[in-house]
Ligand binder design. Structure first.
Ligand SMILES: [Zn+2]
Length: 67
């Protein structure tokens, strides 16, 4: 059984290592995906921005995070 947890963007499941399930991830703007995929000093800040946007029910297609 794959190690999955609830996806924060929908009612589906995601892999524990990923931020979102594949469907939600592909719905994000390409620039947002590129930024979230970088694991630098600001990665945690971007993840927080993603989660607060999701908590505010911002549509995935228009969620943006810091460069
Ligand atoms: Zn999802």
């Amino acid at each position: 059984m794959t190690d999955t947890v609830k996806c924060p963007g929908c009612l589906g499941r995601r892999r524990r290592a990923d931020y979102l399930c594949n469907t939600c991830w592909r719905t994000l703007p390409a620039s947002t995906r590129g930024r979230l995929a970088r694991h630098d000093a600001r990665a945690f800040q971007r993840l927080r921005e993603l989660h607060s946007a999701l908590a505010a029910r911002t549509p995935l297609a228009i969620i943006r995070v810091s460069p």
